[in-house]
Design a protein around this ligand. Structure first.
Ligand code: 1CP
Length: 329
């Protein structure tokens, strides 16, 4: 069995599998070179290019998982939402009612993602898992209402407070679309999928319980394959995250992994090095990895990763140092 899948099944392993969130991206010179010739959206929607970008970090570092090159916003374009990337998504702010009334996801308009998965699967070593993904409903809603990224998403939070019923209708619609999108990814050959709930932490514990977890849970509960749920900055709602019903959780670096594990209980955990560790030096990286693995102790089901995406200023050699440290080099 592929080591990443064995960890998700909580089997004992001699060393944990490792991959890095945002491993296919701007810190790699070969990525930046390809992006000089293709816009972001063109790269995502051209399977040969998207597969090449997915494979770039695997060729260098032989991670245990290859995350498909796309964006959490990609399927929304196939629901009729126009956007550009500069570098993050930019779009017209939408009302909650407009979002609930968006057309159904047209899977034919995202079939390039399935084709990328197929191409990547053929090229990968047998031991490397294909990781599909989508944005969780509340995080997608944040970008749709705000019209792009934001430090605190205040306008969005105001809208959700003003009309929770309308927010729920929009979340339900997005959850149905993302369920179909992830089913397509599994059918195309994804071994595991990750739900990115990057902005779930903006909500208080009650809102999280009432809206955020049920929307993500509606996706996780209807899929047959393994699901990793990642809600950075939502440690205040850690127990509530269990209602999502994922078999594995990504955790940020704000608390040591053993504390997260004690509270979450019988699940696999992914994380949780501070991305800043990769800005240090190989010696420090090795020490931090050693401490992380020591904290995990004899628990099964650990996947080494960062507690958030890799920073674009990270030297690629430091990613090599991380992988070597995990594998005992
Ligand atoms: O070349 C460029 O300038 C584009 C930069 C870029 C990249 C490499 C964007 C725009 N998206 C991506 C790829 C991407 N995004 C992947 C696949 C590659 C990989 O992981 O290796 C994934 C899984 C994502 C996920 C994503 N996109 C998230 C969730 C993870 C997180 O960081 O919290 C979010 C919030 C986004 C939105 C987004 N898209 C792009 C950027 C720069 C952002 C975030 C910035 C913002 O909020 O404005």
């Amino acid at each position: 069995m592929k080591p990443l899948l064995a960890a998700l099944a909580r089997q004992p392993l001699s060393h944990p599998p490792v991959w890095v969130m945002r491993q296919a991206g701007r810190y790699l010179p070969e990525y930046r070179a390809l992006r000089e010739r293709h816009s972001f959206q063109e790269a995502v929607s051209t399977p040969a290019v998207a597969a090449e970008i997915t494979l770039q970090p695997i060729r260098r570092f032989a991670m245990d998982g290859a995350v498909i090159f796309a964006d959490i916003m990609t399927p929304l374009e196939a629901m009729g939402v126009d956007m550009t990337f500069a570098p993050g998504p930019k779009l017209r702010p939408h009302t909650l009612a407009e979002i609930a009334a968006l057309p159904e996801l047209d899977l034919d308009r995202v079939s390039f993602v399935a084709e990328t998965i197929g191409r990547v699967g053929v090229e990968l070593p047998d031991t490397t898992a294909v990781i599909g993904f989508c944005g969780a409903p509340m995080t997608l809603l944040a970008y749709l209402v705000e019209g792009g990224g934001s430090k605190d998403f205040l306008a969005f939070r105001g809208e959700v407070r003003r009309d929770e019923g309308a927010a729920r209708a929009a979340l339900d619609h997005l959850a149905r679309a993302m369920t179909a999108y992830l089913k397509m990814q599994f059918e195309a050959g994804a071994d595991v999928v990750q739900l990115f709930d990057s902005w779930a932490g903006l909500f208080d514990t009650d809102q999280y319980r009432r809206m955020v977890a049920p929307a993500a849970g509606a996706i996780a509960s209807t899929l047959d394959g393994p699901v990793i749920y990642f809600a950075p900055g939502a440690g205040h709602a850690l127990g509530e995250q269990l209602a999502v019903g994922a078999g594995a959780y990504g955790v940020d670096w704000r608390r040591p992994i053993d504390e997260y594990w004690d509270e979450l209980g019988d699940v696999a955990l992914q994380g949780n090095l501070d991305p800043a560790v990769l800005l240090t030096d190989p010696g420090t990286i090795k020490k931090e990895v050693g401490e992380l693995i020591a904290r995990v102790g004899n628990r099964t089901g650990h996947i080494v990763n960062l507690g958030h995406g890799i920073h674009r200023t990270t030297p690629p050699e430091h990613v090599q140092a991380l992988v070597d440290a995990v594998r005992g080099g």
